[in-house]
Design a binder for this molecule. Sequence first.
Ligand code: SF4
Length: 440
Amino acid sequence: MSTVETVQIRQPSDMKLLEKMERTYLNIPMEAIIKQDVLRQGINFSSESLSLDKDYKAKDYFIFSFDHMPLSDMKKGEDKNAPEEIRITGGHFDLKSTVISTRNNSNSPYIVKLINNKPHLFLENTDLGGLEFPPIPSWYKHKTSSGKLPGEIAPVIEWGYLIYLTVFRNCQYFGKEEECAFCDINHNYRQQKNAGRPYTGVKDVEDILEVLSWIAEEDSIAKVYTITGGSVLTTLKKKKEVDFYLEYPRAIESKFPGRWMGKLVSQAFEKEDCKQFKNAGIQVYHPNYEVWDKALFEKICPGKSSWIGRDTWIRRIVESAEIFGPSYVIPNFVGGVELSEPYGFKTVKEAVDSTSEGLDFFMSKGIMPRFTAWCPEPYTTLGTQAGPPLEYFCELLTSWKQIFEKYNLPVPPGYGEPGVGKAVFSVSAFMDVIGYKGRI
Ligand code: SF4
């Protein structure tokens, strides 16, 4: 029995709320509003929807849990059978197809039920649309010579577009004094191991190259790979952080030069280190700043704050644009942690004003901040608290779009096609709002 409570939700959703948001936020598409709300509240899969023929790709737990509940509380088999993402189309709002990452939450008002043996998403008793689950890539059937499954070594997300290589599944920022307060990387590693799953802590380059060789041969959907993992403060496999992470793109690019676009999600590095990654073949750099407000950065990212410091972090982001090109520097922030308790802002306006200041700062330099939607995972420092209200995400998307358009920035590289009905980025709707002309 888990000792962790499932997350409580501030402002539970109902149709009245969605319809109000539809009338209020005319400059962002309804698809984006629903996507943010489903991410905010998670999905409650009915038992019958999880017992369909398993011809879809289930969650690979590619880095964090991204669930609102512990694995041990998933009594309906969500841990093994929930799909990585859903793609919703049609329904009450006549949605264009929209890809949304799965965050399991058995208390969510968003419920997947079957109609004529096909999954649909319901809110209250309203059918919000028919669902597809992502296909299993053909190469998932192989096994590496070391006996590992492809979905463990090089899973794909974003409907097959992105190969996600979490090469180090822990972080050396450890414990409440150092770990980012919203992050469950270390805890998720432990819960996956406790559940008896194969879950490799440090991935071998050879395993990755073997899986990539099948992808190179059999797959035409994956276009991008991301190399990431926790921070390395001392050494890992006797290497310093930069040398540890450099080994992967160097090996990939020497075996498959230019086959996919390489991205790196890591700490903010000095220019000399960035140059090494660029020379190794990395094109897009994500030195995530997580939260803009100075006091909140110190509280929510205590390890980053004490080991590197906010001013240095920001300087390094700005300087890395000289190496990668500004629009190829895409630092992420965790949308919603500005409202977390006990240190966060008390109002949506303060939170969005603060984050918009950060957006303007980076976008004025051509740098391309993006966001993911905070998932209040149980085993984190922030714990089982209510997430932000839906207004927050509608305001944030509106602001992100306005500033993006003000500086006339290009479509962010490495995310596929933008726009309603096309975007595949599944953990926030920033790609879905690009180019939207509004409605009356
Ligand atoms: S740096 Fe922070 S967000 Fe990144 S893995 Fe470590 S604790 Fe998690």
